[in-house]
Write a protein that binds this ligand. Sequence first.
Ligand SMILES: [Zn+2]
Length: 227
Amino acid sequence: MLFNPMYWIFLGPALLLGIWAQIKVKSAYAQMSRVPARSGVTGAQAAARLLRDAGCTDVGIEVSHGWLSDHYDPRHKVLRLSREVYAGRSIAAVGIAAHEAGHAIQDARRYAPLVVRNAIVPVAGLGSNLAIVLIVLGVILAITQLAWVGVILFASVVAFQLVNLPVEFDASRRARDELVRTGVVSVQEDAAVAKVLNAAALTYVAATLTAILQLIYFISLVSGRRD
Ligand SMILES: [Zn+2]
């Protein structure tokens, strides 16, 4: 099934969009990490300012290891920022730090798509690999029910990706609004912040498209089997 050229031809456009988005993220990050924010604020300071402004006083900010490893950990209520973002004073650094702070603010406000996303995580986490194993086994062994269980499990991955989109777009929107409002970046600098955050958003769009096309392919594959 995965060796079927049709599978790759069908997924091709979404996979190419994903590669293009990755290239755009890298180039936008490289470009904007050389442009200093005029306020002179670091990523960590920017995140702290946004969190304070939003009344999120219980969220910690730590350095994480690894390039672009920035994330918000809702279980421990900690923003983990890569060294470059934590200590950086560039447009890229404050933009990424603010995006992660946006997730912490969503968490504090119980933003509905985030609550739904977190509820799907345990199933979707299992999903993608196990689903494909079940579909392949179901098709090879001609156990259609097994293949359908795999398809349903894979649908949870698609659901996760779909609900992840508003979560990511909203975090970036909050980040940009708050960066300007709190004076970390000027209205003129906002377009540069948008360049970095929009490139990152495109990678999520590509991942969602890929998952949707995979699901359509799996459904057509399994429904075509009546033996
Ligand atoms: Zn995010």
